[in-house]
Design a protein. Sequence first.
Length: 377
Amino acid sequence: MPAVIECPRQITACEPRVPISKPLSNEKPMNTQLSTNYGGLELVSPVIVGACPLTAQESMRLAIASAGAGAIVLPSLFQEEVLRWSKKIGVPLNEYDSELARRLDTSPADVAFTDPDAYLRLVEQACGQSPIPVIASLNGFAASHWVDIAGKLQQAGAAAIELQIHRDPPGCYRDPREMEDSIVEAVQLLDQAVSVPVFVKLGREYTSVSHLAVRLLCGAQGMLLYGRVPDTDITLDELKLRTLWQLTPPGSVTQILSSLMRVHAYCPAMSLAASGGISSSSDVIKVLLAGADAAVIASAVYREGPNVIRTYLDGLRVFLQRHQIASVRELREKRPVEFSDEQQRRDYREAISSRLSGESTRDNPPTITGDRYGHPA
């Protein structure tokens, strides 16, 4: 059975992680606006709690909304369960889906929702209780049977549908273009079936996410960069593969900033949400400056409880006030210019040609400043 991650005691302290400087006596506090628009959804704040088992709990959803989150993404409904459901209600399966269903019957997985009807009831209950938008999540390889369930998710009250597409093995495609074609086709089919926004959750391994973003404008209203995948390990005693699913380490948000900037600069029409290692109010601010309209968190809520959302928003509010910025929308106008090609190449050449100087010991390790590619400088 997969490891169960328990939510720790909720945090009661809400001190912003951005240092606070006292305003001058003649300064009046600004009425900062934290609202944002993510792919057509008007959110009261840019912090979204992503798809995870926590959002299936009623008490947790209410606490998340109370802490100031802009939206909630429910746990994923997997394509495998939709296939079983389609087969049960008499929908004919093609050869690919029939083979997939056969493999699933021989190796069932321990997942939260094995019945789409139960998932639909969760969506209906969550949307009826939540004061903020609730996003349903679909997860799988193809879109052949998502169309029917997507329409029912909208009827149940979902404010949007997040689509996480797992790619088939490379041997299933003749070239990368064919793989991307299948993703674009899936998004188009889903967008035609519903009137609510469709968000695409992508992994990192694509030839050019920026170019794919342009193609996805045909059906997606937003993209989430990037979806988590478990780590793979090899056991040296048994020489077998092992899956490791862990919380995203704090401080790893810098791994996605450059990609966010590239996608936003190349395809500004695509609304973006950032995910991966967001663990402070400073991280929220950085992804907003890099091009995201929203910051998606999950691991932070596991570590510190839902009140961590209030901490992040307090820090964001202090930052805006300190810089005399009235709103998150105005913050977008302060986004830094993307690195020039010449600057990128120069930094890369200097960093990869550098040498460490000075002696280092276990108690005195060298301090290395890296360039934007992670090479020491």
